[in-house]
Design a protein. Structure first.
Length: 62
């Protein structure tokens, strides 16, 4: 292979790598936004209505 062909291939690989990185960054940003939205929704959700004494004790006698 000649130098020009190698330079062209190298340039194409760099562009491809940069595009892959940008796609991954966008996916990470989207995931972060969705996670923050889910956490906000969980924090604003009303707690389940149940008596406060349920689930405090476990009877393990046989």
């Amino acid at each position: 292979m000649d130098i020009a062909a190698l330079a062209t291939m190298s340039s194409q690989m760099n562009i491809s790598t940069q595009a892959d990185i940008l796609v991954l960054k966008k996916a990470m940003d989207t995931t972060t936004e969705q996670s923050n939205g889910l956490l906000q929704l969980m924090n604003t959700a009303s707690p389940a209505v149940s008596p406060p004494n349920l689930g405090n004790n476990i009877d393990i006698s046989v």
